[in-house]
Write a protein of this length. Sequence first.
Length: 79
Amino acid sequence: SDLLAEVLKKYNYKNLDELFGEGVMTTTEFMCKTIHNGIVEKLKEKYDKEGDENGFKGWFKVSLWESHKAWASYEGPSS
């Protein structure tokens, strides 16, 4: 979706260690939560802009795969 693409574009072809700075371990688990939080922010912006006070309510999961054996997920509320 466009919303997801907008969240991901700031990470595409970037050195994540440089982007987040020293002291942050940019693990797959960390990126799942970071992407989840980015989607939550974009959803809030979208529904605030449209004047929809109810917005999207629910849970969603972000999963990332490093390989067929290594992956991580983060699941949480949209608010």
